[in-house]
Design a protein around this ligand. Structure first.
Ligand SMILES: [Zn+2]
Length: 70
């Protein structure tokens, strides 16, 4: 999966969003179409993802570091 700048002028795929898409995600078969979205939606998604991901991604490297130092 890869995030790229959206080359074609299409509208953002997110529900009720009327912005033009700025980025696209190529999924190589995971989705039927490329998922395209605008900068605003990317920020919203990132906030949403980071709420889920941050507690794990902060703890995991530290644990590994401490184990490595022993
Ligand atoms: Zn959008």
């Amino acid at each position: 999966m890869k995030i790229q700048m959206c080359k074609t002028s299409v509208k953002c795929d997110l529900y009720k969003c009327k912005n033009m898409a700025k980025f696209s995600i190529t999924t190589k078969g995971f989705l039927k179409h490329e998922f395209v979205f605008c900068e605003d939606c990317m920020k919203k998604m990132f906030e949403c993802f980071s709420k889920e991901m941050v507690p794990k991604s902060i703890n995991a490297p530290y644990k590994r570091l401490f184990k490595g130092e022993k």
